[in-house]
Design a protein around this ligand. Structure first.
Ligand code: NAG
Ligand code: NAG
Ligand code: NAG
Ligand code: NAG
Ligand code: NAG
Ligand code: NAG
Ligand code: NAG
Length: 417
């Protein structure tokens, strides 16, 4: 068998075959069986080899080592970050972890002011050593203060979006809050003469109107985009953050995040949250898009840089084939969970969401969409499904009550209106 096996595919196999045909009929039969057996074994090995590789993604929930549980997510604005927040909040709950939540009645960690440790509930109780596992609410990044509440082995990550679309989203969402946007009818009109509307000395209140991701990272969003300055800040970000995700490639981002954190597939499967209805999305003219890149030059540089490093990182971590199969699996699982959980997989507007605990917070002219959970689910499924569609304010209030049962709960009654 060895002899035949080694010979297959080479001249040896012909010799073996030749001797089979030449010998007596009993002899011939013996050799024929042996030859077939060898071929079968080789074939099986070939098949197994392929199968093992095909099966790998399905078995991909096996992860090497324990999951990373100390994580800081810098939640940038209008970048799909609410969906990431839902993933992190669910992880907190399913793994019984602690979250650094806004103190008292607040809904974010001091934004738009630079973050201070005292904005976190309980940071000052239990001595100066009080640390949390997960931090992900809106804040303006300030590393020394963040380090006061997060352990020193924390994994830092954030998410960026093409600033042209990010600005468009900001414009619709913050139209009535931001002085620079208040008196202008369209973003195209704003970008045609931004200085007519944008008053630099209004500082924080106009932060959503220019280089808002740069601002969230703790930098000066009005700084001139000089090469040395930009490079130094990009290096700061690279040193502070292990990973920058790209909203335009959300599923690839989740695959990469899961790999680096050693989390399970279901930990990173999410429905799209805090999205606008289609009619709330406007589009910029091509000239407006070019102007947006100049107006938000710092964000544009930031995005270009980390879009490049994202793809380099992806290809260093996963083969293209593995990436495709992991993305496909993530999407398949999302479809499964949508079929299980959602009354209708199309997101619904506020007036169509029956349970106020699942109703998203509305802002300005943007219609923020949410989901209704299927009726008649068993308790455990219902709980899983509710968590997946729970908007961020409600989820934050829920975690706050779990974590600080003796404190007055967050007042989210305004969501019932
Ligand atoms: C969750 O953590 C808290 C505090 O660390 C602990 O008291 C509680 O028993 C834990 N619950 C579970 C279900 O592990
Ligand atoms: C990280 O923190 C732990 C406990 O708080 C401490 O023992 C350890 O020395 C710290 N490591 C570094 C590199 O600072
Ligand atoms: C908007 O326009 C009104 C009336 O022209 C003016 O009173 C107001 O100061 C303007 N607001 C801003 C933020 O420029
Ligand atoms: C900009 O805002 C400052 C401070 O509120 C104000 O004094 C100044 O007049 C404003 N400038 C313009 C051009 O509106
Ligand atoms: C981001 O990177 C991808 C992959 O290299 C590229 O196809 C895409 O054009 C980049 N996006 C922008 C806006 O530069
Ligand atoms: C929201 O849903 C209601 C009820 O179906 C509908 O009448 C309304 O037009 C919807 N609004 C938007 C903005 O889609
Ligand atoms: C399911 O939840 C309902 C309402 O919260 C409760 O009354 C019921 O006992 C629960 N059933 C089980 C099996 O836990």
């Amino acid at each position: 068998m060895d002899r035949v096996g080694k010979g297959v595919g080479s001249r040896g196999s012909f010799r073996a075959l030749y001797s089979v045909l030449k010998g007596s009929s009993a002899h011939r039969c013996f050799w024929a069986v042996l030859l077939l057996l060898a071929l079968a074994v080789l074939l099986l090995a070939g098949v197994m080899h392929v199968d093992v590789r095909l099966l790998m993604p399905q078995l991909g929930d096996q992860v090497d080592g324990p999951p990373v549980t100390n994580v800081m997510f810098l939640k940038t604005h209008k970048t799909a970050s609410s969906t990431v927040l839902n993933i992190l909040f669910r992880f907190v709950e399913t793994h019984n972890l602690s979250a650094a939540l806004p103190a008292g009645g607040r809904f974010h960690l001091g934004y738009p002011w630079l973050f201070l440790a005292r904005y976190v509930e309980g940071a000052e109780q239990g001595g100066p050593e009080r640390r949390f596992n997960i931090m992900c609410n809106h804040l303006r990044f300030n590393p020394p203060e963040v380090q006061k509440v997060m352990p020193n082995d924390t994994f830092y990550f954030s998410i960026l979006r093409n600033p042209v679309f990010q600005l468009e989203s900001s414009f619709v969402y913050y139209k009535s809050h931001v002085p620079a946007f208040r008196n202008v009818t369209s973003l195209d009109a704003f970008l045609a003469s931004p200085w007519a509307y944008y008053n630099q000395s209004l500082g924080l209140s106009n932060a959503y109107a220019r280089n808002s991701m740069w601002f969230d990272l703790g930098f000066d969003n009005d700084a001139p985009p000089k090469e040395d300055y930009v490079r130094a800040r990009l290096l700061d970000v690279e040193r502070r953050f292990q990973l920058l995700l790209i909203a335009e490639h959300f599923d690839e981002s989740m695959v990469l995040l899961r790999r680096l954190l050693r989390w399970r597939l279901d930990d990173v499967v999410a429905f799209r949250l805090n999205a606008r209805s289609r009619h709330s999305v406007t589009s910029l003219s091509p000239a407006g898009q070019e102007r947006a890149k100049h107006w938000c030059a710092l964000d544009w540089r930031l995005y270009q840089h980390f879009n490049r490093t994202f793809w380099a990182r992806l290809s260093a971590e996963l083969s293209p084939r593995r990436l495709r199969s992991e993305v496909a699996r993530l999407r398949e699982r999302r479809r499964e969970l949508a079929a299980l959980c959602l009354q209708d997989s199309e997101p619904k507007n506020k007036s169509q969401i029956t349970d106020f605990r699942l109703r998203p917070y509305q802002s300005g002219r943007a219609d923020i969409m949410g989901y209704n959970v299927k009726p008649g689910l068993d308790n455990q499924t219902l709980q899983t499904c509710q968590r997946m569609v729970m908007p961020e304010l409600q989820y934050m209030a829920h975690l706050y009550t779990l974590q600080f049962p003796d404190k007055p709960p967050k007042n989210i009654a305004f969501l019932e209106a």
